[in-house]
Ligand binder design. Structure first.
Ligand code: ZN
Ligand code: ZN
Length: 324
């Protein structure tokens, strides 16, 4: 970057080193940044060593601020959000003009991106129903999505989508799919849980926020009459961030969601009343949002229709990865 202008006067080698570190690790918390900044500052001025304990939250935020001033003309920005589980603030470098899928396209083929899209659909659509809001997909189900579903293979009789023209995508092999999934984890887009579920990372949620809302909450605008719009993605009633891990109102049709750690904040704000803000249902044994919601349904996956449909498919099943 050419940053020799006056406007970037305070941007120096220490900020550059910090930005480079952020590039390699994708996200950083203040606690993680402390030793890093101490090392960078000490290297910059060895005669005045900086200790980890010397780095304050304010120093850190000043760094972020200066870097943001410098990188914003290049359509990048360091954004922060709270981790949905730990509530620790995490910082990530995001591209402000293109969504994550566009960025992935620089290192992945269109067929790979289409596969990633099918996996995200499984998280936010197939495995996100009123009965169970899982927002995650079991690794074995994700691999099955390597095949392009029949509904997207419009021109029947041709298996190689490539020559069919616009929008046509080809299936991946299972091992190609596995490779793409592990690179999604490596690149910081997907988390793989101990129980073997893929979900979007906090960084993905930060970068993909608008795209996800456009993609999965569009019905809200199209909803007719006084029909309650089906919002697949819901915001925390306390902190207003997307909830893919947390709790839901025990009254299932109600749209109120809370992060685990936001629950008490909410009730404190309500003067200690442990009830839903909207429908006033008592907030006890609130069902989970996240992969726990899949395990809560007695081991039966929300998208496991094969056990009941005996191999018959309808078109709406095609995106579920249940077709073979
Ligand atoms: Zn929250
Ligand atoms: Zn409610």
């Amino acid at each position: 970057m050419s940053d020799d202008e006056d406007t970037a006067a305070s941007y120096n080698n220490t900020q550059r080193a910090f930005l480079q570190a952020l590039l390699t690790r994708q996200t950083i918390t203040f606690e993680e940044a402390k030793p890093l900044l101490a090392t960078i500052l000490t290297a910059n001025d060895p005669n005045r060593p900086t200790l980890e304990g010397d780095v304050t939250q304010e120093d850190f935020e000043n760094y972020i601020h200066t870097i943001n001033d410098t990188i914003s003309p290049f359509d990048y920005e360091i954004r922060s959000s709270l981790d949905q589980v730990t509530r620790e603030r995490i910082y990530a470098l995001v591209n402000t003009t293109s969504d994550a899928l566009t960025q992935m396209a620089t290192v992945h083929t269109p067929d790979e991106i289409a596969f990633v899209k099918r996996v995200i659909d499984a998280m936010f659509d197939t495995n996100n129903t009123q009965r169970a809001e899982v927002f995650a997909v079991r690794s074995m189900d994700a691999v099955k999505l390597s095949k392009v579903p029949n509904s997207e293979r419009r021109d029947s009789g041709q298996t190689q989508g490539r020559t069919q023209g616009e929008g046509a995508v080809a299936s991946l092999t299972m091992s190609q799919a596995e490779e793409v999934l592990s690179s999604m984890v490596e690149e910081g887009w997907f988390d793989l849980s101990q129980k073997g579920y893929y979900s979007l990372t906090e960084r993905s949620l930060m970068e993909l926020r608008n795209w996800l809302l456009d993609m999965y909450n569009e019905d809200a605008e199209d909803a007719e009459d006084d029909e309650e719009p089906h919002l697949r993605i819901k915001m925390c009633a306390a902190c207003r961030q997307i909830v893919t891990k947390g709790q839901r109102c025990p009254n299932l049709p109600c749209n109120v969601r809370l992060h685990e750690q936001c629950v008490n904040n909410m009730f404190r704000a309500q003067g200690g009343q442990r009830q839903c803000r909207e429908c006033k249902t008592e907030w006890t044994e609130a069902p989970p949002v996240g992969e726990k919601a899949a395990r809560n349904t007695g081991g039966r996956r929300p998208n496991d229709r094969r056990s009941t449909t005996n191999g018959t498919h309808d078109e709406s099943d095609a995106g579920a990865g249940a077709d073979d």
